[in-house]
Design a protein around this ligand. Structure first.
Ligand code: MG
Length: 397
């Protein structure tokens, strides 16, 4: 007997409210179906093979790459999101390959130096429609990757693009055709998209505790004021009273992740039972999100977020790097905007072409947008090197 193709095998295990490729609006540019993969595997593969994905390795999550080899980067963060999201998707019989594709692509639009870089670029772009990393992720997969003969971007499935675009202002959404519609109609994205979004938060809140402790910027004693940490810490200490600090921290964090993931699966499962969606369209038409934490977990999760905001992200050492990074990004932008001849030839050529997203405007706005696209694509270390080349006369190239 023939074994079913991978596509059929995975389709059979899916819940009716999962994303099914044969019910999807599909791709903007029509393509033949892949033969040995499903459509979402193809998306995942395209993302992994794109240049923006490789650059994530040298982009800051919280700690700058050269501060240490063990801190998370945008790349390892994205892999952790994908790992958590796949586990949840499988437990709920959702489309794992789609949730993985969304997770791996969600941060492709991030600037060098994380949120500091984004804030600086947004300020530079204030007169020209601003800059927002999430919208930029869609721009990368829809337009900026130059790999395929027949289209710009990666020509991903609607469901992947829907998951990547987590939020969007209405005037912009109105110009993005079907992927912008839900922001105008106040409807929901698929469960796979909802999950990838929450798993992003689970990943960064927990790995930032780990990185924060490793860096010495936060201490275990401070974290004992956070209920989620304290509960699991007490369990670990009781079971392993003599455990070394490094293992103790890991045992606590793995339990924190497990508790949040289990709560997310259970609560989402209960919501699915209550609403009983029969298709992904039913999921999209619900007034509230189905993928959620319980109220108790939500309050624990928010307490952890507040702690990290106050004690890690606004820590003096992180803040000093933030200010330096913002200055660096602004100075690179100012050099290019005052003399676009400083840009590589390809970017100068792009300035003369109309933007495929016409709402960003033409003329000076187009020039600024090409510069923002170019800067957003830089890695941390490329931005430092380019700043040197632009401002240090001793650097000749
Ligand atoms: Mg993220």
């Amino acid at each position: 007997m023939d074994s079913p193709t991978p596509e059929l095998r995975s389709e059979k295990m899916l819940a009716p409210y999962a994303c099914h490729e044969n019910q999807s609006p599909g791709r903007v540019h029509k393509e033949t179906s892949p033969s040995c993969r499903n459509q979402y595997q193809r998306d995942r593969d395209r993302i992994i093979h794109c240049a923006a994905f490789r650059r994530l390795e040298y982009k800051t999550q919280v700690f700058v790459n050269h501060e240490g080899d063990l801190f998370r980067t945008r790349l390892t963060h994205s892999l952790e999101v994908a790992q958590i999201a796949r586990s949840v998707a499988r437990a709920l019989r959702l489309q794992e390959d789609l949730v993985e594709a969304i997770s791996l692509a969600h941060d492709l639009g991030h600037t060098p130096y994380g949120h500091a870089g984004q804030d600086a670029l947004n300020e530079c772009m204030r007169e020209y429609g601003g800059f927002e990393h999430n919208l930029q992720s869609l721009r990368v997969i829809d337009l900026l990757e130059e790999k395929y003969a027949e289209f710009n971007g990666l020509n991903l499935m609607f469901d992947t693009r829907e998951g990547v675009l987590k939020h969007c202002a209405k005037p912009v959404a109105a110009t993005l055709k079907e992927v912008g519609e839900r922001f105008l109609n106040n409807t929901q994205p698929s469960l796979e998209a909802q999950l990838a979004n929450i798993c992003d938060e689970i990943a960064y809140n927990n790995h930032d505790v780990d990185d924060g402790l490793r860096s010495g910027l936060i201490e275990i004693e401070q974290l004992l004021a956070v209920r989620l940490f304290k509960d699991e810490y007490e369990i670990v200490i009781k079971k392993y009273p003599n455990l070394a600090r490094k293992r103790r921290i890991h045992e606590v964090i793995r339990r924190m992740i497990n508790r949040q993931v289990t709560d997310l699966i259970n609560t989402t499962s209960e919501n699915i039972t209550t609403i009983s969606p029969r298709s992904v369209d039913d999921v999209r038409q619900t007034t509230k999100r189905l993928a959620q934490f319980s109220e108790e977990m939500l309050s624990l999760h928010q307490e952890l977020k507040r702690f990290l905001g106050a004690n890690l992200y606004r820590h003096n050492r992180v803040r000093r790097m933030t200010v330096k990074a913002q200055r660096l990004i602004k100075e690179i932008f100012n050099a290019y905007i005052s003399d676009p001849a400083l840009l590589p030839a390809d970017e100068q050529f792009r300035i003369a072409q109309p933007d495929p997203w016409p709402f960003f405007g033409d003329g000076d706005a187009r020039k600024a947008r090409v510069i923002a696209d170019y800067i957003a694509g830089m890695t941390d270390r490329y931005a430092i090197a380019e700043h040197q080349r632009l401002y240090n006369p001793e650097k000749s190239d």
